[in-house]
Design a protein. Structure first.
Length: 247
């Protein structure tokens, strides 16, 4: 929930009227961050989890309404079992450690993706966080777990066809995991790669894309401010023309 006044937001070099409503982040680079430091990959994932706290808090404080983070993709299931085990343990640890503060700050948590793939302990921990924060009016925190954009579209189409034999775009949008968050305004990817990796394929149709070489554990509040500043400096035309009539 927005904490800073417009004057305080301007002090960060941001424009209050150009804060994106829905930000999505591909949190990439944890493993490489650890390898570069001679650490096990699991230490990179732990550092990445620690980096998330300040990003969530600042997003909420400046008035971002929805934050969708790519925590575990369907493709991540191909990773070694020991790494997946570490990720599952970190998920449980994160929710147990952070849930009270998130709840106190009115954050509403929702998982998107097929949570049933995870061990029971992970499912129960995530569901408990969703139930506890379900009525919160603040930042919508969508956590993509065992998520794939194509799978989401298949799911949405099937649900929409229960409503009509010829579903339109609105029907598909209503049946997306992020229906109440709307389209993505700004997609951020850390770690140096410049691709969307099957993330929110429908929702990012007109999103502004921001790629950075900074690996996720080093993605601080200052890095987020740079991304928000870049967003504010772009003219969003949604397929139309510039204000001067030029294409």
């Amino acid at each position: 929930m927005k904490k800073y006044s417009d004057q305080e937001i301007k002090a960060f070099g941001l424009m209050p009227e150009r804060i994106p409503k829905h930000v999505a982040i591909v949190m990439d680079g944890n493993g490489r961050w650890a390898t570069e430091r001679g650490m096990p990959r699991g230490m990179g994932h732990r550092a990445g989890v620690n980096a998330l706290r300040d990003i969530i808090r600042f997003s909420s404080d400046v008035g971002v309404e929805s934050l969708t983070i790519y925590a575990f993709s369907t493709e991540n299931r191909k990773r070694p079992k020991d790494e997946i085990g570490i990720l599952c343990g970190l998920l449980i640890e994160y929710f147990n450690r952070e849930i009270d503060e998130l709840h106190a700050n009115a954050v509403r948590i929702r998982s998107i993706g097929d949570l049933s793939w995870f061990p029971t302990a992970v499912q129960e921990t995530v569901r408990a966080a969703e139930v506890k924060t379900a009525a919160n009016p603040g930042l919508k925190l969508n956590i993509a777990l065992n998520y794939g954009g194509r799978a989401e579209l298949v799911r949405a189409m099937r649900l929409a066809m229960r409503e009509s034999d010829e579903p339109d775009e609105d029907a598909i949008s209503r049946n997306l995991y992020t229906a109440d968050s709307g389209d993505v305004d700004l997609l951020i990817r850390t770690g140096g790669d410049e691709r969307v990796s099957n993330f929110l394929l429908w929702q990012i149709a007109y999103a502004e894309l921001y790629f950075t070489d900074v690996k996720w554990p080093d993605f601080t509040r200052d890095e987020l401010i740079r991304a928000l500043q870049a967003f504010a400096g772009r003219e969003r035309r949604f397929g139309g023309l510039k204000s001067n009539g030029a294409k």
